[in-house]
Design a binder for this molecule. Structure first.
Ligand SMILES: [Zn+2]
Ligand SMILES: [Zn+2]
Ligand SMILES: [Zn+2]
Length: 436
């Protein structure tokens, strides 16, 4: 083995990388990183799994993380935000696309006949909380000047921000975000009621012949308000497998375009509008600014000087309008009538605390099922690579015990992971530009 003198290498990351490359197990370490597909912050686990034949009790296979070059098993972080992990967030977007697509054209356990079911693609937008800078258009499609008399460029940071921040209804805007999920739930109830009424049926009778399935994703508008893009589909009583009554009619819509449009927001939304990807409240006092002594006397929190904020809001690197939304979350969070909205906890999301993508139970497959399918495929690949016999799921049992070690790469491994991500990105761009 070659010994390296690395003292002259200034960069610690490069030094670590050279150590790694020189390691006898380098090839396996690289394979492990390759398998993570460029995940930025993998989770390190230690533990073992044993595959047992349940009929004979024989141990067919045993795996322990001690066999790995680093002594630990790396798994993907699964983060949905591209600011945290571009690789995992793209996988999430791809899964969301397949989930929405399956509900429109079939596939992934959804029958193809689902494409004959009537469906609507709807966007549900928040009301106005005061005039904002915008790019209005003429009926001919030309851009007209804003009310401020300027012709804004499409990238102008002023777009979506209030013309007059002093009179803008920030309270209304934050409370809208905080109630958006509840409003959606109310909308689905009213929609069911309305459809039953249109069919001249009681709700119970309508349910026996018609079911409403939906998938929706959330997007932040420039003004910092959430809105929903939804696919609403009419099914028979058992969901996607049964046709709706003939009186329900079809709206023409291309499945692929809608699925792509909706899925695009699944990750885009999580980063848009200058919202932040981490909570802003002070952890030690949970945002209260004080801890309560046993007899109820408040003791000011020393970690945040009683502000309840992990970092003073004035120091957040966000646009002024976003900062004002965050500040409003803080002010409203102090009022007893809004404690249930947990506005401190969700201030970084400008008050919104729902899920980025949701669907009704019978819309199509689930994200979990897609992940399981991928895991099964990977396990199968690993098994055949190792030349191991196929195991019958009805007679085998996998027992495992795993502990969390930490997350992230060593500095050198991070360089390798960045390279994997970069290569994947180039492949993806090449494919998008019509290569093959
Ligand atoms: Zn990741
Ligand atoms: Zn303007
Ligand atoms: Zn504190």
């Amino acid at each position: 083995m070659v010994t390296l003198d690395l003292h002259h290498v200034a960069s610690p990351a490069v030094r670590d990388l050279l150590h790694l490359v020189n390691h006898p197990d380098f090839e396996r370490a690289q394979q492990q990183i390759e398998r993570l597909g460029g995940c930025a912050e993998p989770v390190r686990l230690t533990g073992r799994t044993t595959t047992v034949d349940t009929t004979t009790g024989e141990v067919l296979r045993a795996y322990t993380s001690a066999e790995e070059p680093t002594g630990s098993l790396l798994t993907t972080c699964g983060n949905r935000r591209s600011s945290r992990c571009p690789a995992c967030s793209r996988l999430y977007a791809a899964d969301t696309y397949h989930l929405i697509r399956a509900g429109l054209s079939g596939g992934k356990t959804v029958p193809d006949t689902v494409r004959t079911h009537p469906r609507v693609f709807a966007t549900l937008t928040a009301p106005s909380f005061g005039p904002v800078h915008n790019r209005p258009t003429t009926p001919g499609g030309d851009i007209r000047p804003c009310r401020c008399h300027q012709l804004h460029d499409s990238t102008d940071a002023l777009l979506g921000t209030p013309l007059n921040p002093a009179t803008y209804d920030y309270t209304g805007a934050v409370l809208f975000n905080a109630h958006a999920s509840a409003l959606w739930a109310r909308f689905t109830i009213y929609l069911r009621r309305e459809l039953a009424a249109r069919l001249g049926l009681t709700q119970k009778a309508a349910r026996a012949m018609l079911r409403i399935s939906f998938a929706k994703v959330v997007e932040y508008q420039k003004r910092g308000l959430v809105h929903f893009h939804a696919v609403i589909r009419l099914d028979g009583p058992d969901g996607s497998t049964t046709p709706p009554p003939p009186s329900a009619t079809v709206v023409v819509l291309t499945d692929q375009a809608v699925a792509a449009y909706v899925a695009k927001y699944a990750t885009k939304s999580a980063d848009a509008s200058g919202t932040l990807d981490h909570a802003l409240f002070c952890r030690p006092c949970q945002g209260r600014g004080a801890t309560l002594l046993p007899h109820g006397t408040p003791l000011p929190c020393t970690a945040c000087d009683g502000t309840g904020q992990a970092l003073p809001l004035s120091r957040l690197a966000v646009a002024r309008h976003v900062r004002q939304m965050i500040r409003t979350c803080w002010d409203l969070g102090r009022l007893p009538e809004f404690t249930g909205l947990k506005l401190w906890k969700w201030a970084h999301m400008l008050g919104f605390r729902g899920h980025f993508s949701t669907k009704s139970r019978r819309y199509s497959t689930t994200l979990g099922a897609l992940r399981d399918a991928r895991r099964t495929w990977r396990t199968e690949q690993a098994r055949s690579h190792a030349g191991l016999p196929e195991s019958d799921p009805t007679t085998t049992l996998v027992v495992g015990h795993w502990d969390y070690l930490g997350s992230g790469y060593s500095p050198g491994a991070a360089l390798l992971a960045a390279d994997v991500w970069h290569r994947k990105e180039l492949d993806r761009q090449f494919a998008a530009e019509g290569g093959c």
